[in-house]
Design a protein around this ligand. Structure first.
Ligand code: ARG
Ligand code: ZN
Ligand code: CA
Length: 351
């Protein structure tokens, strides 16, 4: 008799479970995406290294803080992009992956991060003192470097320590030269106010950011190498700005064109490798080790912070151009999550 009651009880539980309304299933699914660690604002004072002299102090986060203050809707946009990114990455990990539907039928499967080659046409907007100051060789070498770095062809990648070698990712994004716009300007420093993106302020307007990466080359000033706008920002200011001395193959420790690699990483939603905070503040990438600071120069492995070796050779740290040579598989997924239907960069692949 006890057995029969137990059986009935189990059957009843099963029956009730199957009665879940679609809404319940949705709520249950949503609750699986943990957004509790999401942040957009960063404390510019927390980078331990930024107090020392060799810090690059990337302007992308400062510009983001400013834009979050100016634009009340931006946080929500970035939150939604993050939610969809996490959903796509979670879908990839589900049993039966590749779009596998874990929701018990009825719904469409969650998309996984975009699979396959991606081509990004680039518009280069140059503001220079004299025509041709920014040379064709700089333009060509910059495209070549971006293509090396985003296709796992950086010649330095062979230096990856064993701990990280298996994480090196072929992002499989090709950048093609679409248009070069040149404008003579006597303005000596452009700063980070986005004036270079506005014809009304002497700059050059962006060209269709839904299908082109707009890259501005100008003298930013203040020792700033470059800055990018994160996905979710206004179309008129979408893209990447690179200082003319750091654009393409030039000279010095930042003369190998990797500022563009780093900034395009931000443009494709990558955060700094250390997460712009202390040990527990993450870059939202599972396979990059936690750290509490940026690293500069050309560190010797292992450089341990937060109880693990920092991935200083990642494009999203602040090391010299010659000392950065990898994106991870986790960063690749994060970038590719933008290209699924409804994603912030879906229009680049006709989604
Ligand atoms: N936005 C950073 C800066 O202005 C870029 C750092 C890029 N790092 C590099 N090695 N190029 O300092
Ligand atoms: Zn940066
Ligand atoms: Ca991480």
């Amino acid at each position: 008799m006890k057995k029969i009651i137990l059986f009935l009880a189990i059957a009843l539980i099963g029956f009730v479970a199957c009665q879940d309304s679609t809404e319940d299933v949705l709520v249950e699914q949503q609750s699986k995406i943990d957004m509790s660690n999401f942040y957009a604002f960063t404390d510019e004072g927390t980078d331990l290294l930024s107090k020392s002299s060799n810090s690059r102090n990337c302007q992308s986060m400062k510009v983001l803080n400013r834009q979050l203050n100016e634009n009340p809707g931006l946080f929500k946009k970035m939150y939604d992009i993050e939610y969809n990114t996490r959903k796509a990455i979670a879908a990839k990990g589900k049993p039966g992956g590749g779009g596998g539907n874990g929701n018990g039928g009825g719904g469409t499967p969650d998309p996984v991060p975009y699979v396959g080659a991606i081509t990004i046409p680039v518009i280069i907007n140059i503001l220079e003192d004299n025509a041709g100051d920014v040379t064709q060789a700089q333009i060509n070498s910059q495209l070549a470097i971006l293509n090396e770095d985003f296709n796992n062809n950086n010649p330095n990648t062979g230096n990856a320590p064993a701990e990280f070698a298996g994480l090196v990712s072929d992002v499989n994004i090709t950048f093609t030269l679409a248009v070069v716009n040149r404008k003579i300007s006597t303005k000596s420093t452009w700063g980070t106010s986005n004036a270079m993106k506005d014809v009304g302020q002497g700059g050059i307007d962006a060209t269709d950011p839904s299908t082109y990466l707009n890259l501005w080359v100008c003298n930013i000033g203040g020792g700033i190498l470059g800055y990018a706008q994160f996905p979710g920002g206004a179309a008129a200011t979408d893209g990447v700005v690179i200082g003319n001395d750091y654009f393409g193959e030039t000279s010095g420790v930042y003369g190998d064109g990797r500022t563009a690699t780093h900034e395009v990483g931000h443009w494709l939603n990558l955060r700094h490798i250390w997460g712009d905070g202390r040990c527990r503040q993450d870059d939202f990438v599972a396979d990059t080790p936690s750290s509490d600071r940026s690293n500069g120069g050309c560190p010797t492995y292992p450089l341990v912070h937060c109880k693990s070796a920092d991935m200083t050779m990642n494009y999203m740290d602040y090391v010299y151009d010659d000392c950065m040579y990898m994106f991870t598989d986790g960063q690749n997924d994060r970038m590719r999550a933008l290209f699924v239907a409804g994603g912030a960069k879906a229009s680049f692949v006709g989604n």
